[in-house]
Structure formats: C-alpha cells, structure tokens
Design a protein around this ligand. Structure first.
Ligand code: IDP
Ligand code: MG
Length: 148
C-alpha cells in the first residue's frame, strides 16, 4: 500500500493567512495532496485525534485551541511521506525546530505550532479516518519524479 500521511493546519495558521505558505512548502517537496478541506473540527474529532495525550497538563488547552477556528485537514501520499513531512515541519517545539522548517519559521509556541502531522503509518491511517471517508481520497498522477 502507498504510504499516506494525515496533516492539518491549526486554527492560527488559517487566521494568520499562512495556509498557502504551508501548502506550498509541501508541494515544492513533491508531496502529493490526495484530500483536503477546511472545516470546524468537532470536539469528538479532536478528542479522538489527541486521545494519546488525554490527561497531560497541556491537553485541555490543546483541545480548546484546535476548536477555536477553522482547520485545514489533508491527506498526503508518497514514498516515505511521513518522515518527509515530519522533517519539513520540524520539532514539536518551535524553539527547537530548525530555522528552515515550517514550525521553525512560523511557530509561536508549542501549542500554536502551525500544523499537526501523524507520526506513524498506523496513526496516519487511524487519524485520516476521523476526518475523511475513503471516497474523499482522490487518485491522480502527480507530475513529479521520485527516485526514492
Ligand atoms: P507533534 O505535534 O509534533 O506530533 P505531540 O507530542 O504528538 O507532537 O503533541 C501533540 C500536540 O500537543 C503538539 O503539536 C503540541 O501542540 C501539543 N503539545 C505537545 N507537548 C506539549 C507541551 O509540552 N506543552 C504544550 N503543548 C504541547
Ligand atoms: Mg504527534
């Protein structure tokens, strides 16, 4: 099966007008977008998404933040796409993220760190199902040659 990644742009990214900037960085790396929509996430969706963090001290703030405005949810596809995307977005803490990474350039705090991206194949498949059904994932040919 082709490797797929679930990613969403957090509400501050939409509010700051950085949607295009972030998507453009993914596109320039040859990453294929196979689903994308802007939504107001529901409490059920974000609690399911972040269930591994339930009970941690930052959990309530995180949930409140991701419900504070629209998010852009996406599914990406490509060879080693999960590692590639995690590399491009950078460390969870914008202070530790390299300057050229998305979080290293635009992140304001650990909570407001611009994007969420799944960290494993299992989590990516689980997380994309919270926001998309299989019919919403489109197939097309991206005009980029991968040598990986
Ligand atoms: P990730 O987004 O890089 O995968 P995770 O550890 O999975 O990082 O945490 C999920 C989200 O929870 C982070 O993106 C961040 O917004 C928030 N978070 C994680 N750790 C902390 C923390 O120590 N303080 C505040 N927020 C945190
Ligand atoms: Mg994570």
């Amino acid at each position: 099966m082709k490797e797929r990644e679930f990613l969403f742009l957090k509400p501050n990214t939409v509010r700051r007008g950085l949607v295009g900037e972030v998507i453009s960085r993914l596109e320039r790396r040859g990453i294929k977008i196979i689903a994308m929509k802007m939504i107001m996430a529901t409490k059920d969706q974000v609690e399911e998404l972040y269930k591994e963090h339930k009970g941690k001290d930052f959990y309530e703030d995180l949930i409140e933040f991701v419900l504070s405005g629209p998010v852009v949810v996406m599914v990406l596809e490509g060879p080693r796409v999960i590692d590639m995307v995690r590399h491009i977005i950078g460390n969870t803490d914008p202070l530790k993220a390299s300057p050229g990474s998305i979080r290293g350039e635009f992140g304001m705090s650990v909570t407001k760190n611009i994007v969420h991206a799944s960290d494993s194949i299992e989590n990516a498949e689980r997380e994309m199902k919270i926001f998309f059904n299989e019919k919403e994932l489109v197939e097309y040919r991206l005009d980029v040659q991968h040598d990986l």
